[in-house]
Design a protein around this ligand. Structure first.
Ligand code: PLP
Length: 849
């Protein structure tokens, strides 16, 4: 029989132990070892049984044990220490509090998934973990962020394997009352209910759960409540499941419901309403539409006016380097769902317009709703500027206003405690949280090589122990008998070079590339003197049978009795498994099809623990590979035939392994220490460690995006949004006349027939601006090296000065220095100009000669 409903019964805590419930409800325990130690001390046996989940432990610990602890003075003192520590963490001023009044008072951060701890399984992979790390780093730095997401009753899915290696999915039914979340309530104690209108007069209702992530509050909307009809109850059933209709409802709840939840939360807690709204990927795009609707209602703004006010305070981050990965809906579906929403349909549709008129593109809407946008690594910034260049016609990809902020990872979550205690994350420049991010973790220089090495071995040994346990469990679950799994007790070896590969399994990540030449891989695994061992994990999207086939191929390969003690695929990749893997593996392998990995973060987690990356130069590794922190797999970018490319790149991996990685690992000195390896570990901790920190990433977001966005939003809000009205009016006027803007004539004087270096070139341009004035535009001279096709490279642009006006004709001048020998070229262009533009390309119009 199946239960109709489930809930969790907890022992009631004795008065003396009440603070434990505060501790368990603040997810800071997920990155604070001393708090976890305290929960372990409640009942060490139970702690292990519950897989280190403090919520479960507190739910299951016996009343007798609690009664005993309530009288245990040492335990109570220790608990008080942890409580005091949390209190100080929550209230002391941090980095953000040193910023001036121009920093926004509150920032809303929207994401379809959040990966904070395996106890709250609301993530599928990198995007969600990044969002979780974003919140944690914001908390550490005192950034006043509020997260907004959905509470999926079954999370993503739990993964297991069938006897023949096929991925099986299970959908747990999560009871929010058994999770570290609290219901958002009205002052009178009743639950806050958020509503979102649906077609045919139906309404979607949701409760709001609050998770506390250190200082940061995360609001999670949940539609599984009695106010809803069955179809609406299931809206938040699972992450990335269901059809288009289902996904659209989820995204409406996230965006529209999310803004409404924020409003309710801020007004009930006295928190200032957010000035900046950050959309992590396109899923939350409707947040901007809801804010536009609010302004049209509250201040009588037109759609276009409200759009100016909204986009000024909006930041959009794209994570998708392939058009196929973009979230799109049939336009007709949007029209049906938004017919009665309260904004003009044609203007809403225009926000999501793309090449295909029958589609509504969420990434395009994200970009049109945000004055500031970024990719997540340097390379991904470039890819994004190419990918979205159609939104800024007339501009070169280099001019497309999408910047980049390279991802980072939350060090306290992802670094093994032993590494931190060893001093691997200290800097002579001070505390990386207080100061502006150290250049180097130079504290690592003081650690003797023997200590570094023994710590690396300890982490590897702990991983191996965990691998054996999971391997055994997996085999039993796949149908093996007890008698058949004895070999797992000695499978894998704490002294063998250990390589990790774990990530989601879309085809571009090429899970099975290492199987390209099975004999060669086998030889590496079984080398009698210098073997390697490989631990693999990852989930395939439930609807992706190709991904499942790759997993099956891997599992079947690893089932071979000859090699099964040296290579394995472990099901159930999650944050818990990731911590073991990324701290214990010596080498972190990544072989995506370049440039399809937007950033990648698992390799960063490995680096923080002294792991060496062996990776294609894609995402973050393209930027921060420095020759000593690991190895770059040469890419065969130029080869069009994918099969041939796989062949070449796989061979490069085998070659690197056998000629560089393996020898270096096993080349030890008289004391058994692989000195050159340890120096690479030290270098990685010292140089790569500080770069990959999520706190570095957060500072970048605050400085480059949040503070300027708050400034723009405040400007637009001035005089009851009068500034937004003026700006919208100016834009409409400018665009109406733009078609008549011409660069009529350009003349250059001063350089003579054979210009010499050091001389200058005087440019004079005649520009026609019917209906506009010179202050509406910026006329630029652009110059640089020129190639055989007259294309400009290494371009410098300078504004030209307005000199003279005659009716609709205007003259502008500039002086260009000739600083370089060789082919030189210049041109002139006209761009819109207003004090409120964050980028001259923003309106997507430009006039060339
Ligand atoms: C870090 C992490 C990811 C993302 O890793 P990538 O390198 O971006 O693929 C995915 N899942 C889990 C559980 C992680 O910890």
């Amino acid at each position: 029989m199946r239960a109709l409903r489930r809930f969790t019964v907890r022992a009631s805590l004795p008065e003396e132990l009440r603070p434990l419930s505060q501790l368990v409800m603040n997810l800071r325990w997920s990155w604070h070892p001393e708090t976890r130690d305290l929960f372990e001390a409640l009942d060490p046996e139970l702690w292990r049984k519950c897989g280190g989940d403090p919520v479960k432990v507190l739910g299951e610990v016996s009343a007798e044990r609690l009664a005993a602890l309530a009288k245990d003075r040492r335990f109570l003192r220790r608990m008080q220490d942890v409580v005091d520590d949390l209190q100080e963490y929550l209230t002391a001023p941090h980095w953000y509090q040193s910023l001036g009044a121009e920093a926004p008072a509150t920032i809303a951060y929207f994401s379809a998934e959040f990966g904070i701890t395996e106890v709250l399984p609301q993530y599928s992979g990198g995007l969600g973990i990044l969002a979780g790390d974003h919140l944690k780093a914001a908390s550490d730095l005192g950034v006043p962020l509020i997260g907004v997401g959905l509470l999926y009753r079954a999370g993503y899915f739990e993964q297991s394997l069938s006897p023949d290696g096929w991925q099986l999915e299970h959908y747990p039914s999560l009871d929010p009352h058994g999770l570290p979340v609290k219901l958002l309530r009205q002052p009178d104690g009743s639950a806050v209910v958020i509503t979102v209108p649906l077609p045919e007069g139906r309404t979607l209702h949701a409760h709001v759960w609050r998770a506390q992530v250190g200082r940061v509050c995360l609001l999670l909307l949940d539609s599984d409540i009695e106010e809803n009809a069955p179809a609406e109850r299931s809206v938040t059933d699972r992450l990335y499941g269901g059809d288009e209709d289902h996904r659209l409802r989820q995204e409406m709840l996230l965006g529209i419901g999310g803004v409404r939840a924020l409003r309710a939360y801020c007004s009930s807690t006295g928190t200032p309403q957010p000035e900046v709204f950050h959309a992590n990927e396109g899923h939350a795009g409707f947040q901007g539409v809801e804010r536009i609707r609010e302004l049209t209602e509250s201040h009588g703004l037109s759609f276009a006016e409200a759009l100016q006010a909204v986009r000024a305070g909006t930041v959009f981050t794209t994570h998708t380097p392939v058009p196929a990965g973009i979230d799109r809906f049939p336009r007709a579906l949007i029209e049906r769902y938004f017919a009665g929403f309260g904004v003009p349909l044609d203007q809403l549709i225009a926000l999501g317009a793309e090449q295909d008129p029958s589609k509504f593109n969420m990434a395009h809407m994200g970009l049109r709703l945000a004055q500031r946008a970024n990719g997540v690594s340097r390379l991904h910034g470039i890819v994004s500027r190419y990918m979205f260049q159609d939104l800024w016609p007339g501009f070169d990809p280099d001019d497309v206003p999408i910047g980049y902020i390279t991802n980072g990872v939350h060090a306290p979550t992802w670094t093994a405690r032993e590494m931190i205690e060893l001093g691997a994350q200290t800097s002579s420049e001070g505390d990386p949280l207080v100061i502006d991010g150290p250049e180097h973790f130079d504290g690592v220089d003081k650690i003797p090589a023997a200590d570094l090495w023994s710590t690396r071995r300890r982490l590897r040994a702990r991983l191996i122990e965990e691998v054996r346990r999971r391997l055994r469990e997996t085999l039993l679950a796949r149908g093996a008998g007890e008698a058949e799994v004895g070999w797992t007790d000695t499978a894998f070896d704490p002294d063998v070079l250990t390589i990790g590969f774990a990530r989601r399994v879309p085809s571009y990540k090429r899970l099975t590339l290492m199987l390209r030449d099975p004999e060669r891989l086998k030889a590496l695994l079984l080398d009698p003197q210098r073997p390697i061992q490989i631990i693999i994990a990852g989930k395939s999207h439930p609807a992706d049978d190709t991904g499942k086939q790759l997993i099956q191929e891997m599992v079947r390969f690893a089932d071979d009795p000859e090699i099964r003690h040296r290579i394995t695929f472990l099901p159930g990749y999650d944050i818990g498994m990731a911590s073991y893997l990324m701290s214990g593996c010596d080498v972190w392998l990544n072989n995506p099809l370049r440039p399809l990995e937007a950033s990648g973060t698992s390799g960063m987690k490995s680096a923080l623990n002294g792991g060496l990356n062996l990776s294609i130069r894609d995402g973050w590794w393209d930027e921060w590979y420095d020759g000593q922190n690991g190895w770059a797999i040469p890419t065969a970018d130029g080869i069009a035939d994918p099969d041939r490319r796989d062949e070449v790149e796989a061979r490069a991996i085998y070659d690197l392994l056998s000629t560089q990685v393996v020898p270096r690992f096993y080349e030890t000195d008289r004391d058994g220490i692989p000195t050159r390896w340890v120096e690479m570990v030290r270098h990685t901790l010292r140089e790569t460690g500080p770069k990959v920190l999520a706190t570095r990433m957060l500072r970048d977001y605050v400085r480059q995006l949040y503070v300027p966005a708050a400034g723009s939003a405040r400007e637009m809000a001035q005089s009851g949004y009068g500034a937004a009205r003026t700006e919208a009016g100016w834009r409409a006027h400018l665009l109406e006349h733009w078609g008549d803007v011409r660069v009529a004539h350009v003349e250059a004087t001063g350089a003579g027939d054979t210009p010499e270096i050091g001389s200058t070139l005087a440019l004079r341009a005649e520009v026609e601006l019917p209906g506009l004035t010179p202050s509406d535009v910026e006329v630029q001279a652009a110059y640089g090296r020129v190639d055989d096709t007259d294309a400009l490279h290494e371009v410098t642009t300078v504004p030209m000065q307005h000199e003279q006006t005659d009716g609709t004709r205007h003259w502008f001048t500039a002086t260009l220095p000739l600083e370089r020998t060789g082919a030189f070229g210049y041109t002139v262009r006209v761009l819109p100009h207003s004090a409120h533009l964050a980028d001259p390309a923003e309106l997507g119009v430009v006039a060339h000669p």
